[in-house]
Design a binder for this molecule. Structure first.
Ligand code: VG1
Ligand code: CO
Length: 592
């Protein structure tokens, strides 16, 4: 092949958000759109770094991925990249990409220098939905802000991109190596099995034998819903082939370009089939729900964990992600061999509840609070200061890789359940997910928690500007706490006082970089918190996220329904922020 220089000009709006660039497919397929972003990334990394490099290119398999992979292969070849690694059919989960970058060794001894991950994660896919791309570094983690800022600034000045001419499309459906020759010499494309590196890593972390024993116990029933995302490419290998779960335990485990028309976001609203199988909806009173249920998002870095419904009235046994990371941290050393030497530290994103803080304090562990988005955990992990971390948004993970990891989280829960039942598999009744969570609350107290999302977008005839105005109003209000507390007393006299209010700012303890405007916080005397943020992963319009949290230590008060317990704070949040006035919405789009 030879190298062609194609003239181009900047295209607006290519600033990466919380996790890469996400836009509608119809935006991505515009002439030069993807090419401009990819060349801007190569330029940000530097031509000398790209010469001879090995890059991974794959993703969650959503619509447009296959075309994008061929374009990126040709551009990489033209930019002097030596090798491209592609998961079979272009499929690699986000955590698997991270694992491949960190662990995989090519036949010729090569190691990866970075990766393009093609995903819009939990956003829907298909010709009328979203596509996305992000770059991960040599440590397997998302590019830090310094790099994404440089990529963005390059997109505003780009004049040309390089692409290989005469390089045929590579058949990515077949495992194997293809060799080509260009002006810089040899160029290879290596198509490999999407699951094997990841499966190997999981087997080195967990005691698969003990999990297998649990899954083969007739008293333990299991269900996993991949929502037609890329988790399906791993679920059968791990849960069925390695751990002996029944095939019928898997729901929606065939990856689809459009996720079967669904919304691949693992929560009680979108994981409908799992919720029905678990008998968690009031209308579907399933007499024999599984003991344990879990789901993943499109790129398999998120997880939702559900326990068995014990009675009609307890119909929602849902583990909040904030509790999940705290419970994993509290049990990791005993239940997961990878952590048997102890935890180096733990971390959570700012809006995530303080359940993890309490565990860190009890266990005397280093603790960090970082801005939303996984990229901030990586520095702490690279520096050996953090082992387990999580976000309220169904993201949980550890320093085995540099992304959150949906299947790892499910294995962590299975490991904990197996550990708690190790002498009990022959007994009358298993220790359940619910038992584990309730026991955790009685030891550490309970953080009631909920998140309200308001999607405010042009399609619904509401100006997305209203979201920005609401945020500006909340910032202005923070300068006068007396007024804030007067307003609150007028709404709910039973809610405690706001003692502090600010915009969260983070100084990275490793590299000293500062990230500002990471969410508006109202902190109450009794430890309750209200947090407001604008989403950085949407492809159009705006989404306001409102996070509501209240701590309860009294063992007699930890068993309430969370929406009931939080009702006073919710009322304060909505009225204080004038939510309805600014958004025109009387109710949130989704509650998690
Ligand atoms: C959301 C979540 C955040 C998560 C991010 C990427 O970001 O809130 O916690 O890290 O998605 O997750 P935002 O800016 O929309 O709130 V994923 O699974 O979409 O890569
Ligand atoms: Co995701």
């Amino acid at each position: 092949f030879k190298v062609t220089r194609v003239q181009t000009s900047p295209i607006d709006g290519q600033k990466p958000g919380t996790s890469g660039l996400r836009k509608k497919v119809k935006v991505f397929v515009q002439p030069h759109y993807l090419e401009n972003f990819v060349q801007s990334t190569f330029n940000a990394l530097g031509a000398d770094k790209m010469k001879g490099a090995t890059l991974v290119v794959s993703g969650d398999g959503r619509y447009y991925s296959k075309d994008a992979i061929q374009i990126i292969i040709k551009m990489a070849a033209a930019n002097g990249v030596r090798r491209i690694w592609v998961g079979q059919n272009g499929l690699l989960s986000t955590p698997a990409v991270s694992a491949v970058v960190r662990e995989r060794v090519g036949a010729d001894g090569s190691k990866a220098n970075g990766a393009f991950i093609l995903t819009a994660s939990h956003n829907p896919g298909g010709p009328n939905e979203d596509f996305g791309i992000k770059y991960n570094m040599e440590n397997g983690g998302p590019a830090p802000e310094g790099v994404t800022d440089k990529i963005y600034s390059n997109t505003t000045t780009i004049k040309e991109y390089l692409i290989a001419e005469g390089l045929p499309d590579v058949d990515i459906s077949k495992i194997g190596l293809s060799n080509f020759t260009g002006p810089d010499g040899q160029f290879d494309v290596d198509v490999f099995d999407s699951a094997s590196d990841y499966v190997k890593l999981m087997k080195s972390i967990f005691d698969f034998q003990s999990i297998k024993k649990l899954l083969s116990s007739p008293k333990f029933t299991f269900c996993y819903d991949a929502l037609h995302g890329v988790a399906g490419a791993y679920a059968k290998r791990i849960f069925v082939e390695e751990l002996g779960a029944k095939e019928s335990s898997l729901l929606n485990c065939v990856p689809k370009e459009d996720f079967g028309g669904g919304h691949p976001d693992p929560n009680l609203t979108y994981a409908k089939e799992l919720v029905a199988r678990m008998g968690l909806s009031k209308t579907d009173n399933n007499p024999d729900p599984p003991e344990f249920g879990a789901a993943a998002d499109g790129d398999a870095d998120r997880n939702m964990v559900l326990g068995k419904r014990l009675s009609y009235f307890d119909f929602r046994f849902f583990v909040t992600p904030s509790d999940s990371v705290a419970i994993i941290a509290a049990n990791a050393v005993q239940a997961i061999p990878y952590f048997s030497g102890g935890l180096k530290g733990v971390a959570r994103s700012m809006p995530t509840s303080a359940a993890l803080d309490v565990v860190a304090k009890h266990l005397n562990l280093k603790f960090f609070e970082v801005p939303t988005g996984w990229k901030f955990f990586g520095n702490l992990m690279d520096d050996g200061q953090c082992s387990v971390c999580g976000e309220e948004s169904f993201g949980t993970g550890s320093d085995h890789i540099r992304e959150k990891d949906g299947i790892w989280a499910v294995l962590a829960w299975l490991a904990i359940i197996a550990y708690k039942n190790k002498d009990n598999l022959g007994g009358d009744k298993l220790v359940t997910v619910e038992d584990i969570v309730r026991q955790h609350w009685s030891t550490y107290g309970r953080h009631y928690y909920t998140r309200y999302d308001y999607e405010v977008d042009a399609c619904r005839n509401v100006d997305a500007g209203g979201a920005k105005e609401l945020m500006a109003y909340l910032v202005k209000l923070q300068s006068n706490l007396t007024e804030v507390n007067n307003i609150i007393k007028g709404i709910r006299p039973d809610v405690s006082n706001v003692v502090n209010a600010d915009e969260f700012e983070y100084k990275d303890p490793v590299d000293g970089s500062i990230s500002k405007h990471q969410g508006i916080r109202y902190l109450f005397e009794d430890g309750s918190r209200l947090v407001f943020r604008l989403s950085g992963t949407g492809s159009e319009g705006a989404t306001i996220r409102l996070y509501i949290e209240q701590y309860e230590k009294d063992p007699n008060k930890i068993g309430r329904d969370s929406q009931d317990a939080l009702a006073p704070l919710v009322e304060v949040a909505l009225k204080l922020s004038k939510m309805q006035e600014y958004t025109g919405r009387s109710a949130p789009t989704v509650i998690t």
